[in-house]
Write a protein that binds this ligand. Structure first.
Ligand code: ADP
Ligand code: 5GP
Length: 206
């Protein structure tokens, strides 16, 4: 029986600097049929970040215009900047039956959960400790000490939300964390709600 599956959503959240982007790069080598949701943000690009690859970098006016036009599935103010997920590319990828991967904050997770609960699986990612988060943010060398302090302050709040998520990954050993995330991405595609009930039942009867 070949059952056509609906698209699914995998949400990753966790303190800035815990290693979400690094982990995702490893995971992409091992999974297929996915679409990474490129967010729109008003924050400035970091060195090496590319418009249309890492983010769509826009002005506050452009972002607020998109809000007015109802272009976002969700958006939030994070660390003083707007971040949002545009609805159109997500709908297209879901219609193609893809696994749509989001790297969004805890506020965004709550919004998407409330809107699309049946097709959402979520993972909270963190470092083994706050001290290690500070080390990673410092050694990444992309943000000023003021920006890092702000991210650390937010991280202390964000960690309290980890039980809102289906899974927790403590990104200590990168290889181990990658194996865990690949397993979760794979099992996400087997959620019962992703199958067409009439099709499964009818095929099974025949
Ligand atoms: P995020 O996307 O969550 O903001 P990054 O992927 O940019 O975080 O990672 C932050 C820093 O931590 C980077 O310098 C990255 O190389 C490093 N890093 C990521 N995962 C690990 C790990 N398991 N062990 C040690 N360093 C890591
Ligand atoms: P950074 O500036 O480090 O790339 O991201 C900062 C935070 O914003 C991270 O927690 C990241 O998950 C979150 N983020 C990135 N894109 C989005 C988005 O589209 N929506 C929401 N709500 N959060 C986002």
């Amino acid at each position: 029986m070949i059952a056509e599956k609906k698209g699914a959503i995998l949400i990753l959240s966790g303190p800035s600097g815990c290693g979400k982007s690094t982990l995702l790069k490893e995971v992409y080598k091992k999974i297929s049929d996915y679409y990474f949701s490129i967010s729109t943000t008003t924050r400035n690009p970091r060195e090496g970040e590319v418009h249309g690859v890492d983010y769509f970098f826009v002005t506050k006016e452009e972002f607020e215009n998109d809000i007015k036009n109802d272009d976002f599935l969700e958006y939030a103010l994070v660390h003083g900047n707007y971040y949002g997920t545009s609805l159109k590319p997500i709908n297209e990828a879901l219609n193609e039956g893809k696994l749509v991967i989001f790297d969004i904050d805890v506020q965004g997770h709550e919004i998407v959960r409330n809107k699309l609960n049946d097709i959402v699986t979520s993972v909270f990612i963190t470092t083994p400790s706050l001290g290690e988060l500070e080390n990673r943010l410092t050694s990444r060398n992309t943000d000023s000490s003021e920006v890092i302090s702000n991210r650390i302050k937010n991280a202390k709040e964000e960690i309290k939300s980890f039980q809102e998520y289906d899974y927790l990954i403590i990104n200590d050993d990168l290889e181990e964390a990658t194996t865990q995330l690949v397993s979760i991405a794979s099992i996400t595609r087997s959620k019962s709600k992703l199958f067409d009930k009439d099709f499964i039942v009818n095929e099974w009867m025949n």
